[in-house]
Ligand binder design. Structure first.
Ligand SMILES: Cc1cc2nc3c(=O)[nH]c(=O)nc-3n(C[C@H](O)[C@H](O)[C@H](O)COP(=O)(O)OP(=O)(O)OC[C@H]3O[C@@H](n4cnc5c(N)ncnc54)[C@H](O)[C@@H]3O)c2cc1C
Length: 268
Protein backbone atom coordinates (compact mmCIF):
# COMPACT_ATOMS: atom_id res chain seq x y z
CA UNK A 1 0.00 0.00 0.00
CA UNK A 2 1.07 3.59 -0.60
CA UNK A 3 2.55 5.01 2.62
CA UNK A 4 0.11 5.59 5.47
CA UNK A 5 0.82 9.14 6.65
CA UNK A 6 -0.16 10.82 9.90
CA UNK A 7 -1.14 14.38 10.72
CA UNK A 8 -1.40 15.53 7.10
CA UNK A 9 -2.47 19.04 6.14
CA UNK A 10 -5.40 18.97 3.68
CA UNK A 11 -5.09 22.67 2.80
CA UNK A 12 -4.00 21.78 -0.74
CA UNK A 13 -6.62 19.06 -1.06
CA UNK A 14 -9.75 21.27 -0.85
CA UNK A 15 -10.73 24.13 -3.13
CA UNK A 16 -11.76 26.39 -0.21
CA UNK A 17 -8.12 26.07 1.00
CA UNK A 18 -9.38 25.43 4.54
CA UNK A 19 -6.74 24.50 7.11
CA UNK A 20 -7.66 20.97 8.05
CA UNK A 21 -5.50 18.19 9.47
CA UNK A 22 -6.10 14.52 8.81
CA UNK A 23 -5.06 12.14 11.57
CA UNK A 24 -4.38 9.46 8.91
CA UNK A 25 -4.00 9.83 5.15
CA UNK A 26 -3.40 7.50 2.19
CA UNK A 27 -3.30 8.28 -1.53
CA UNK A 28 -4.92 5.07 -2.88
CA UNK A 29 -3.81 4.12 -6.41
CA UNK A 30 -5.67 0.83 -6.91
CA UNK A 31 -8.68 -1.17 -5.76
CA UNK A 32 -6.30 -3.34 -3.66
CA UNK A 33 -4.98 -0.25 -1.91
CA UNK A 34 -8.54 0.93 -1.14
CA UNK A 35 -9.24 -2.50 0.38
CA UNK A 36 -6.06 -2.25 2.47
CA UNK A 37 -7.25 1.17 3.69
CA UNK A 38 -10.54 -0.42 4.76
CA UNK A 39 -8.67 -3.06 6.81
CA UNK A 40 -6.30 -0.43 8.26
CA UNK A 41 -9.22 1.79 9.32
CA UNK A 42 -11.01 -1.20 10.87
CA UNK A 43 -7.89 -2.31 12.80
CA UNK A 44 -7.35 1.19 14.15
CA UNK A 45 -11.05 1.79 14.87
CA UNK A 46 -11.13 4.83 12.58
CA UNK A 47 -13.88 6.11 10.29
CA UNK A 48 -12.88 6.16 6.62
CA UNK A 49 -13.56 9.21 4.42
CA UNK A 50 -12.99 9.36 0.67
CA UNK A 51 -11.66 12.60 -0.72
CA UNK A 52 -11.53 13.40 -4.43
CA UNK A 53 -10.66 16.90 -5.67
CA UNK A 54 -12.07 18.50 -2.52
CA UNK A 55 -14.27 20.86 -4.56
CA UNK A 56 -17.51 20.04 -2.76
CA UNK A 57 -16.50 19.66 0.89
CA UNK A 58 -16.12 21.87 3.91
CA UNK A 59 -13.46 20.24 6.06
CA UNK A 60 -13.26 20.70 9.83
CA UNK A 61 -9.94 21.72 11.42
CA UNK A 62 -9.17 18.22 12.78
CA UNK A 63 -10.32 15.01 11.10
CA UNK A 64 -9.90 11.99 13.35
CA UNK A 65 -10.33 9.60 10.44
CA UNK A 66 -8.44 7.77 7.72
CA UNK A 67 -8.68 9.98 4.64
CA UNK A 68 -8.47 7.99 1.41
CA UNK A 69 -7.39 10.39 -1.30
CA UNK A 70 -8.68 8.79 -4.49
CA UNK A 71 -5.78 8.34 -6.92
CA UNK A 72 -7.00 5.45 -9.11
CA UNK A 73 -6.18 6.52 -12.66
CA UNK A 74 -6.80 5.12 -16.11
CA UNK A 75 -9.31 4.86 -18.91
CA UNK A 76 -10.39 1.63 -20.55
CA UNK A 77 -12.85 0.57 -23.27
CA UNK A 78 -15.04 -2.10 -21.71
CA UNK A 79 -17.28 -2.68 -24.73
CA UNK A 80 -17.41 -1.25 -28.22
CA UNK A 81 -20.19 -1.45 -30.80
CA UNK A 82 -20.81 0.40 -34.06
CA UNK A 83 -22.66 3.30 -32.47
CA UNK A 84 -21.53 3.35 -28.86
CA UNK A 85 -18.77 2.44 -26.45
CA UNK A 86 -18.72 1.70 -22.75
CA UNK A 87 -15.70 3.37 -21.20
CA UNK A 88 -14.39 2.85 -17.68
CA UNK A 89 -12.79 5.86 -16.02
CA UNK A 90 -10.69 5.57 -12.86
CA UNK A 91 -12.19 7.44 -9.89
CA UNK A 92 -9.03 9.50 -9.41
CA UNK A 93 -9.01 10.95 -12.91
CA UNK A 94 -9.68 14.70 -13.06
CA UNK A 95 -13.24 14.96 -14.41
CA UNK A 96 -12.50 17.63 -17.02
CA UNK A 97 -9.49 15.66 -18.34
CA UNK A 98 -11.75 12.60 -18.67
CA UNK A 99 -14.31 14.64 -20.63
CA UNK A 100 -11.56 15.91 -22.97
CA UNK A 101 -10.15 12.39 -23.39
CA UNK A 102 -13.56 10.91 -24.32
CA UNK A 103 -14.24 13.72 -26.79
CA UNK A 104 -10.80 13.36 -28.41
CA UNK A 105 -11.32 9.61 -28.82
CA UNK A 106 -14.67 10.18 -30.55
CA UNK A 107 -16.90 9.10 -27.63
CA UNK A 108 -19.50 11.82 -27.35
CA UNK A 109 -22.04 13.00 -24.80
CA UNK A 110 -20.11 14.51 -21.89
CA UNK A 111 -19.26 17.84 -23.59
CA UNK A 112 -21.92 19.84 -21.68
CA UNK A 113 -20.30 18.71 -18.42
CA UNK A 114 -16.84 20.04 -19.26
CA UNK A 115 -14.83 21.98 -16.70
CA UNK A 116 -16.82 20.88 -13.65
CA UNK A 117 -14.11 20.70 -10.97
CA UNK A 118 -13.34 17.46 -9.16
CA UNK A 119 -12.68 13.81 -9.82
CA UNK A 120 -14.48 11.26 -12.01
CA UNK A 121 -15.25 9.17 -8.91
CA UNK A 122 -17.21 11.99 -7.31
CA UNK A 123 -19.32 12.62 -10.44
CA UNK A 124 -22.02 10.08 -9.48
CA UNK A 125 -22.12 11.24 -5.84
CA UNK A 126 -24.16 14.35 -6.52
CA UNK A 127 -25.06 13.37 -10.10
CA UNK A 128 -23.16 16.35 -11.45
CA UNK A 129 -25.03 18.45 -13.93
CA UNK A 130 -24.66 21.61 -15.97
CA UNK A 131 -25.77 23.26 -19.21
CA UNK A 132 -28.74 20.97 -19.77
CA UNK A 133 -27.00 17.65 -18.98
CA UNK A 134 -26.74 15.32 -16.01
CA UNK A 135 -24.12 12.61 -15.66
CA UNK A 136 -26.75 9.98 -14.70
CA UNK A 137 -27.78 9.76 -18.36
CA UNK A 138 -24.37 8.32 -19.28
CA UNK A 139 -23.60 6.08 -16.30
CA UNK A 140 -24.09 2.36 -16.85
CA UNK A 141 -22.43 1.08 -13.70
CA UNK A 142 -20.45 2.34 -10.72
CA UNK A 143 -17.67 0.10 -9.41
CA UNK A 144 -17.26 0.25 -5.64
CA UNK A 145 -15.56 -1.13 -2.55
CA UNK A 146 -17.55 -1.58 0.65
CA UNK A 147 -15.77 0.52 3.30
CA UNK A 148 -17.02 -1.82 6.05
CA UNK A 149 -16.34 -5.28 4.62
CA UNK A 150 -13.75 -4.39 1.95
CA UNK A 151 -15.73 -6.33 -0.67
CA UNK A 152 -15.99 -5.14 -4.28
CA UNK A 153 -19.37 -4.62 -5.93
CA UNK A 154 -20.95 -3.11 -9.02
CA UNK A 155 -24.00 -0.88 -8.79
CA UNK A 156 -26.25 -0.44 -11.81
CA UNK A 157 -27.56 2.97 -12.81
CA UNK A 158 -30.90 2.13 -11.19
CA UNK A 159 -29.25 1.01 -7.95
CA UNK A 160 -27.48 4.40 -7.70
CA UNK A 161 -30.93 6.04 -7.19
CA UNK A 162 -29.91 9.20 -9.02
CA UNK A 163 -31.92 12.37 -8.49
CA UNK A 164 -31.37 16.09 -8.95
CA UNK A 165 -27.82 16.62 -7.53
CA UNK A 166 -28.48 13.50 -5.50
CA UNK A 167 -27.77 9.78 -5.38
CA UNK A 168 -27.59 6.78 -3.07
CA UNK A 169 -24.00 7.80 -2.21
CA UNK A 170 -25.24 10.89 -0.33
CA UNK A 171 -27.63 8.89 1.83
CA UNK A 172 -26.92 6.97 5.04
CA UNK A 173 -27.71 3.72 3.17
CA UNK A 174 -25.00 4.42 0.56
CA UNK A 175 -22.26 6.22 2.45
CA UNK A 176 -20.22 3.03 2.90
CA UNK A 177 -19.43 2.78 -0.81
CA UNK A 178 -16.04 3.94 -2.06
CA UNK A 179 -16.25 4.51 -5.82
CA UNK A 180 -13.18 3.14 -7.61
CA UNK A 181 -14.25 3.61 -11.25
CA UNK A 182 -17.30 4.55 -13.29
CA UNK A 183 -18.57 3.00 -16.55
CA UNK A 184 -20.11 5.42 -19.05
CA UNK A 185 -22.02 4.60 -22.22
CA UNK A 186 -21.00 7.19 -24.80
CA UNK A 187 -22.09 7.67 -28.39
CA UNK A 188 -19.77 7.14 -31.35
CA UNK A 189 -22.26 9.12 -33.41
CA UNK A 190 -21.91 12.86 -32.72
CA UNK A 191 -24.65 13.99 -30.30
CA UNK A 192 -25.45 17.61 -29.46
CA UNK A 193 -27.45 18.73 -26.44
CA UNK A 194 -28.66 22.31 -26.87
CA UNK A 195 -31.30 22.28 -24.15
CA UNK A 196 -29.61 25.09 -22.24
CA UNK A 197 -30.89 28.39 -23.73
CA UNK A 198 -27.60 30.32 -23.38
CA UNK A 199 -25.74 27.57 -25.20
CA UNK A 200 -28.35 27.59 -27.98
CA UNK A 201 -28.04 31.37 -28.29
CA UNK A 202 -24.23 31.32 -28.43
CA UNK A 203 -24.25 28.65 -31.13
CA UNK A 204 -27.16 30.12 -33.13
CA UNK A 205 -24.89 31.31 -35.96
CA UNK A 206 -22.25 28.56 -35.73
CA UNK A 207 -22.15 24.91 -36.79
CA UNK A 208 -23.45 22.78 -33.93
CA UNK A 209 -21.05 19.90 -33.27
CA UNK A 210 -19.78 18.18 -30.11
CA UNK A 211 -16.60 20.27 -30.51
CA UNK A 212 -18.43 23.60 -30.74
CA UNK A 213 -20.52 22.64 -27.68
CA UNK A 214 -17.37 21.71 -25.75
CA UNK A 215 -15.71 25.02 -26.68
CA UNK A 216 -18.83 27.04 -25.82
CA UNK A 217 -19.27 25.37 -22.41
CA UNK A 218 -15.58 25.95 -21.59
CA UNK A 219 -15.90 29.59 -22.69
CA UNK A 220 -19.07 30.23 -20.65
CA UNK A 221 -17.69 28.56 -17.53
CA UNK A 222 -14.33 30.31 -17.78
CA UNK A 223 -16.09 33.67 -18.06
CA UNK A 224 -18.70 33.06 -15.34
CA UNK A 225 -17.07 30.95 -12.64
CA UNK A 226 -14.09 31.73 -10.46
CA UNK A 227 -11.18 29.33 -10.91
CA UNK A 228 -10.63 27.68 -7.48
CA UNK A 229 -6.85 27.86 -7.99
CA UNK A 230 -7.12 31.70 -8.14
CA UNK A 231 -10.01 32.21 -5.76
CA UNK A 232 -10.87 29.49 -3.22
CA UNK A 233 -14.53 28.43 -3.62
CA UNK A 234 -16.86 25.42 -3.89
CA UNK A 235 -19.16 26.67 -6.64
CA UNK A 236 -22.84 27.09 -5.73
CA UNK A 237 -24.07 26.57 -2.18
CA UNK A 238 -27.67 26.00 -3.26
CA UNK A 239 -29.81 23.63 -5.28
CA UNK A 240 -32.43 24.96 -7.67
CA UNK A 241 -35.76 24.35 -5.90
CA UNK A 242 -38.07 21.84 -7.54
CA UNK A 243 -41.73 22.95 -7.49
CA UNK A 244 -44.87 21.82 -9.31
CA UNK A 245 -45.64 23.25 -12.75
CA UNK A 246 -48.65 25.12 -11.27
CA UNK A 247 -46.52 26.65 -8.51
CA UNK A 248 -43.86 27.69 -11.04
CA UNK A 249 -46.54 29.35 -13.18
CA UNK A 250 -47.99 31.17 -10.14
CA UNK A 251 -44.49 32.48 -9.23
CA UNK A 252 -43.86 33.48 -12.84
CA UNK A 253 -47.20 35.35 -13.12
CA UNK A 254 -46.65 37.05 -9.78
CA UNK A 255 -43.13 38.08 -10.74
CA UNK A 256 -44.32 39.33 -14.12
CA UNK A 257 -46.99 41.51 -12.41
CA UNK A 258 -44.41 42.91 -9.96
CA UNK A 259 -41.85 43.62 -12.65
CA UNK A 260 -44.51 45.36 -14.79
CA UNK A 261 -45.41 47.56 -11.78
CA UNK A 262 -41.72 48.28 -11.17
CA UNK A 263 -41.12 49.06 -14.82
CA UNK A 264 -44.10 51.42 -15.03
CA UNK A 265 -43.09 53.31 -11.87
CA UNK A 266 -39.59 53.52 -13.29
CA UNK A 267 -40.96 54.96 -16.53
CA UNK A 268 -42.73 57.67 -14.54
C1 LIG B 1 -16.16 26.55 -9.29
C2 LIG B 1 -17.02 25.33 -9.08
C3 LIG B 1 -18.03 25.05 -9.98
C4 LIG B 1 -18.82 23.90 -9.82
N1 LIG B 1 -19.79 23.67 -10.77
C5 LIG B 1 -20.58 22.57 -10.64
C6 LIG B 1 -21.57 22.29 -11.63
O1 LIG B 1 -21.74 23.01 -12.60
N2 LIG B 1 -22.33 21.19 -11.46
C7 LIG B 1 -22.17 20.34 -10.40
O2 LIG B 1 -22.90 19.35 -10.32
N3 LIG B 1 -21.23 20.59 -9.46
C8 LIG B 1 -20.42 21.66 -9.55
N4 LIG B 1 -19.48 21.92 -8.60
C9 LIG B 1 -19.32 21.00 -7.47
C10 LIG B 1 -18.20 19.94 -7.66
O3 LIG B 1 -17.42 20.25 -8.78
C11 LIG B 1 -18.78 18.54 -7.84
O4 LIG B 1 -19.62 18.22 -6.75
C12 LIG B 1 -17.70 17.47 -7.99
O5 LIG B 1 -18.27 16.26 -8.43
C13 LIG B 1 -16.94 17.24 -6.70
O6 LIG B 1 -15.84 16.40 -7.00
P1 LIG B 1 -14.62 16.24 -6.02
O7 LIG B 1 -13.75 15.14 -6.55
O8 LIG B 1 -13.96 17.54 -5.78
O9 LIG B 1 -15.36 15.73 -4.69
P2 LIG B 1 -14.96 16.02 -3.18
O10 LIG B 1 -15.22 17.44 -2.85
O11 LIG B 1 -13.61 15.49 -2.88
O12 LIG B 1 -16.04 15.10 -2.43
C14 LIG B 1 -17.41 15.43 -2.46
C15 LIG B 1 -18.20 14.29 -1.78
O13 LIG B 1 -18.08 13.12 -2.59
C16 LIG B 1 -17.48 12.06 -1.83
N5 LIG B 1 -16.56 11.34 -2.74
C17 LIG B 1 -15.57 11.89 -3.48
N6 LIG B 1 -14.95 10.94 -4.20
C18 LIG B 1 -15.56 9.77 -3.88
C19 LIG B 1 -15.37 8.41 -4.27
N7 LIG B 1 -14.41 8.05 -5.14
N8 LIG B 1 -16.16 7.46 -3.72
C20 LIG B 1 -17.14 7.79 -2.85
N9 LIG B 1 -17.38 9.06 -2.43
C21 LIG B 1 -16.59 10.03 -2.95
C22 LIG B 1 -16.73 12.73 -0.68
O14 LIG B 1 -16.61 11.85 0.42
C23 LIG B 1 -17.65 13.91 -0.39
O15 LIG B 1 -18.74 13.51 0.39
C24 LIG B 1 -18.63 23.04 -8.73
C25 LIG B 1 -17.60 23.32 -7.80
C26 LIG B 1 -16.80 24.44 -7.98
C27 LIG B 1 -15.67 24.70 -7.03
Amino acid sequence: MNALQTNVSLRNFNTLRLCSNAAWFVAARSVDEVQECVHEARNRGLPLFTLGGGSNVILGPKLDALIVHMNILGTEIVEEAETYAIVRIGAGEVWHEAVLWAHREGYYGLENLALIPGSAGAAPVQNIGAYGAEVKHFIVQVNVVNSVSGECAQLSNEECEFGYRDSLFKRESGKHWVITSVDFRLSKVPVCNLEYPELKRILSDKPVTPSSILDAVIAIRTKKLPDPSDQPNVGSFFKNPIVSREHAKRLHDEHKRKSTRLNSSHDV
